[in-house]
Design a protein. Sequence first.
Lengths: 253, 321
Amino acid sequence: MSAHTYALTDSWTMTRRELAHWARQPVQVVVNLLFPVMLLLMFGYLIGGGRGVQGSYIDYVLPGMLALTMAFGLEGTMIAVTQDLNKGVVDRFRSMPMANGAVLVGRSAADMLQSALAVFVLMGVGYALGWRADGGPGAFLGAVGLLLLFRFAMLWIGIHLALVAGKPEMVQAVQILVWPIGFLSNALALPGTMPGWLGTVVEWNPMSHTATAVRDLFGGTGTEHVPAAIVWPLALLAVFFPLAVRRFARLSR
Amino acid sequence: MADTAITVEEARKKYGGKAGGYALDGLDLTVARGTVHGVLGPNGAGKTTLVRILATLLRPDSGRVEVAGHDVVRQAYEVRLRIGLLGQHAAVDEELGGHQNLEMFGRLHHLGARHARVRADELLERFGLGDTGRKPVKQYSGGMRRRLDLAASLITDPEVLFLDEPTTGLDPRGRTEVWSAVRSLVGGGTTVLLTTQYLEEADQLADRISVVDAGRVIADGTADQLKALTGGDRIDVVLRDAGQLGAAVALLPVPKDDVCVDPDRRLLSAPVTDRMAALSGVVRALEEAGIEAEDIALRRPTLDEVFLHLTGDDHRVKEPA
């Protein structure tokens, strides 16, 4: 018998722990869900007007805001992991006869659930503002899947960064950096409206592929960006998932 | 060996994996089953590194380390089944309540949902936390948090329990709470390894004490054996006039370097071999020199003095002003 026997039950226990945190701090959960809504309203109405966008800006900006929300999830993951590491509770987990990976699985499950909720809340608000998904149910599910796949990649980058940096100060640095990286995308404005070199950077941003593919799937206007929106997150996962797992196992070095 | 709960042979560990000094520098330690073993040393002596290695949180760079009959590197899972850990920082989830914490740890020990809940109730009751089980831990006092932490380390009645500076940062009341909790464990057959900077704590709780400095054990024995190491008894002389301390040092029957002088308390302290001869000799010498003493006493050395003696910092003779 070994720790692997209990991988599933332990992962579930760790997921329950995160859900218990939600129950303890409902305000925090609501704030986290409303933050992207606030951004959507700000960019949709205050600043909006569509940087070079043809047609309805809400149809353009909502998919962008969904992708941006997934990207910003990175910092939420990083904060949670950093806090755990610095409070010593991870030491207790690691000194117990449990499946060690369960700590990370619980984190992933809770963050993915939170992100799925955020996606649906944002889409609900978008619907009220006149956004419609016209691409059919298959394309709709595909779009949600691409968003969550992108979030999953961000999640493991977040875990890895937390394990590498390990200090609350570093979280702040990442929090600040996430903004320009998030906005250096086509989430809110067309790259064509930007200076040439910037437009190129923006088109290379993995998040831009996800935003465009999701936009096309919702609008029923094609699937040409879908492969890139699958390959980029998978490539990021292929790098950061093993790095994070290795780093976690090496906490004992 | 069935009688040995902890075996450490020539354990080495570098700081943070980098080149440079060793946190453990060839440390040896043997702890008999069912005893309380104190590991005594200053900050940076390697105590926490030792506990983290014993609790499978860190791997030693070299050496052999066994806990409850299993190797901490190759059989970490077997070790984890048999240990409890109370680290320096509360290793509980601050957002959750006490009961939620203990139930979670019970589930992770694979007690099953129902048994985990029952066990959580039992432990909260036992540590006097019964009516605070719902409150989030961040609202607990320092002493309560430590007791919950201790309860979390005892979910499965571990064979070996590690307590890393269990009372550091607690007020006197919290310290007393933790001490009585630790005492209640002893006799249940649990082997306890306790690290501390407080000599009083080791003296109070431990059957045997290892004094650690710079990553190695520099002395090992019962409190009495360690006290005997400094050369036995001491004589304390309190003078009426601090100005005469310098003159009085010369009258004591030991080399000047062995005398500890504390001008604030007008106190001289020196090791003696022949108790009675020293006492009468000092009384007579002071009288002849016309130096007035308020108090003269013979006593056993404190563990503080033993520690300073062993680490070579005992020649802190303050020159009288």
